[in-house]
Design a protein around this ligand. Structure first.
Ligand SMILES: CC(=O)N[C@H]1[C@@H](OP(=O)(O)OP(=O)(O)OC[C@H]2O[C@@H](n3ccc(=O)[nH]c3=O)[C@H](O)[C@@H]2O)O[C@H](CO)[C@@H](O)[C@@H]1O[C@H](C)C(=O)N[C@@H](C)C(=O)N[C@H](CCC(=O)O)C(=O)O
Ligand SMILES: Nc1ncnc2c1ncn2[C@@H]1O[C@H](COP(=O)(O)OP(=O)(O)OP(=O)(O)O)[C@@H](O)[C@H]1O
Length: 514
């Protein structure tokens, strides 16, 4: 189907949402392409969206030079093309994108997942559970990969956790055209802050947890704003699923109740007094997590997903992520047996990847990169360490953002009493990695952490950690499967932590016997 948007449609929609200020030079009555990037102007009659903190009038001029016949912006420009002037460029872009791509959301069962931690893990579990149940009909929008269909060229690396609205609706259209019936997507708080999902209703909205993160320049001004943005997923979901064990549960539940009847709000938890679904650890070891899921309310029982599950990704916190995926798959019509199989087989790149060794303990590569996740990770590994064994941690903190992570890491490593910490480089951007490491070190309590050192080169830091390990746990945290180091505005190639760790193990001749 040829995608199009008429000027009349655009005006009607924008007026409906009280977003239209005026139209200038209304000579073009139909647009047959849309874009927000002057470096990629499609053929046809393109409409150009002027948006973003870094937008410059020159980009619009360049877009028009390359064929744009209209623009949407918060101000009129001295340009001879049709201009749609709006009160909010991001909201306007989301509304017009949905219309341009002919509302693909109407043909998809959409699951949205938010939470400070666990979004990608839960998204993969849910995607695999739905695929195991109904075949390859489920699209995925995750921080790692975008999957829009079953063919290899319909899977590619993602740029953002939640895409810009224009890309989001384009992806949904491609997914529908590729015969996808379901979509599992991560919804970052940033997506609501920047109105990337404005006007979109989710069939299921999952709220996993919230802890202070993503507050600062280019992100949220305050924690209250961060919480508010995350709550919007539930305000815009037909069915809500909430972790009742987390702080701020009452506020989040209240947000869900604003638009959703109690029959469509489900809660889960391990320790909360009243929940629809309760999960309980059966066995959590270094390879997997086995847990029991009980349905405690009639509406929970009706889903028929209670039972025992094994999640392939170790870490006791992954039981909560897996529980959310099981319930959601049940809500989407998947059968317990298919969900069980899928959970056991799910592999998530860079999330709790395990490398056993001969003589150098066990090596973990994990994406933990804030206070809450490093704390839970070190606590879990500590609980699994054999008597006399140590927990050796390799990590750094990124530059130019997430400044609160630096004291957070120091605090988490101290509270969980890491035995050996090797501070290193992790996407330093325009900052000096040694200064970042010093800021982390300043928050490490020497009474609680055995020894701290700094090794700038990440591969060298990993080699040092694995070489010194005997009967110990080595955890390489923060970068997961990232195959780059962000340095001074450039993505410098880096093999990734798993590849480096495997090379070190091989060099040491420490591969385990098959
Ligand atoms: C703060 C934020 O959300 N920024 C995103 C946003 O930027 P922006 O709208 O301000 O755009 P900009 O990069 O300043 O550029 C302005 C405009 O000029 C256009 N342009 C630019 C150059 C040119 O030559 N011609 C041209 O037309 C650009 O296409 C853009 O439309 O839109 C851009 C795409 O157009 C994104 O790449 C960019 O994400 C940046 C890279 C980013 O780091 N975002 C993070 C904070 C983010 O969104 N993270 C969350 C996950 C958080 C979590 O883990 O929970 C996410 O959902 O990914
Ligand atoms: N429920 C949880 N509680 C605490 N830590 C968790 C939880 N789930 C995952 N983690 C940790 O957080 C890391 C990131 O997990 P995941 O990628 O699933 O989360 P995310 O929400 O997508 O993260 P991000 O927004 O940073 O991309 C994992 O590698 C693990 O260490």
């Amino acid at each position: 189907m040829m995608m199009r948007l008429t000027l009349t449609q655009a005006v009607t929609l924008l007026k409906e949402h009280d977003l239209l200020i005026k139209v200038v030079n209304p000579q073009v009555t139909e647009f047959t392409a849309v874009t927000y990037d002057s470096r990629h102007i499609p053929a046809g009659q393109p409409l150009f969206f002027c948006k973003g903190v870094g937008f410059k009038a020159d980009y619009l001029a360049m877009a028009i030079d390359h064929g744009a016949v209209g623009y949407v912006a918060t101000q009129a420009y001295e340009q001879p093309v049709t201009g749609i002037v709006v009160k909010d460029d991001q909201k306007a872009m989301a509304l017009l994108a949905a219309a341009f791509y002919d509302y693909p959301q109407n043909d998809l069962f959409i699951v949205g997942i938010t939470g400070t931690k666990g979004k990608t893990t839960t998204a993969y579990f849910t995607h695999n559970a739905l695929t195991a149940s109904a075949g390859p009909q489920t699209a995925l929008l995750s921080t790692l990969n975008t999957i829009l269909g079953p063919q290899p060229d319909q899977t590619f690396k993602s740029h953002l956790t939640t895409p810009e609205s224009l890309d989001l609706f384009a992806y949904m259209r491609q997914a529908v055209d590729n015969k996808m019936t379901h979509l599992v997507m991560e919804v970052s708080s940033q997506a609501y802050l920047k109105h990337r999902v404005y006007g979109l209703t989710f069939d299921v909205g999952i709220f996993l947890n919230i802890s202070p993160d993503h507050i600062g320049r280019n992100e949220h001004p305050t924690f209250a704003n961060y919480l508010f943005c995350k709550e919007q997923l539930l305000v815009n979901a037909r069915t809500c699923l909430i972790n009742a064990d987390m702080p701020y549960f009452a506020a989040v539940q209240q947000a869900a109740q604003t638009t959703t009847a109690p029959e469509r709000i489900f809660t889960f938890g391990k320790t909360a007094p009243e929940v629809d679904f309760r999960y309980q650890s059966v066995l959590s070891d270094l390879a997997e997590s086995k847990f029991q899921l009980r349905a405690e309310s009639p509406k929970a029982q009706a889903l028929q997903v209670a039972g025992e599950y094994i999640a392939s990704v170790p870490g006791d916190y992954n039981e909560g992520n897996a529980t959310a995926a099981v319930i959601t798959a049940g809500l989407a019509g998947a059968k317990a047996a298919a969900i069980q199989t899928a959970l056991q087989k799910t592999h998530i790149p860079g999330r709790m990847e395990v490398l056993p060794t001969k003589g150098h303990g066990t090596v973990y590569v994990d994406y933990a990169h804030d206070y809450a996740s490093v704390k839970r990770l070190v606590a879990f590994l500590r609980s699994q360490t054999p008597a006399g064994g140590k927990v050796i941690v390799v990590l750094g903190a990124p530059g130019d953002k997430g400044i609160s992570r630096r004291p957070g890491f120091g605090k988490a490593l101290s509270e969980e009493r890491a035995d050996e910490v090797i501070l290193t480089t992790d996407d330093p951007g325009f900052e000096d990695p040694k200064t970042i490491a010093d800021e982390i070190a300043a928050h490490i309590d020497p009474q609680k952490v055995g020894h701290v050192q700094y090794i700038a080169d990440r591969a060298q830091a990993i080699a040092t950690a694995i070489t010194m390990s005997h009967n110990d746990m080595v955890v390489i945290a923060g970068k997961g499967a990232d195959a780059y180091q962000k340095v001074k505005g450039q993505d410098l190639p880096y093999p990734n932590d798993l590849v480096v760790a495997k090379q070190v193990i091989e060099k040491l001749g420490a591969q385990p016997e098959k």
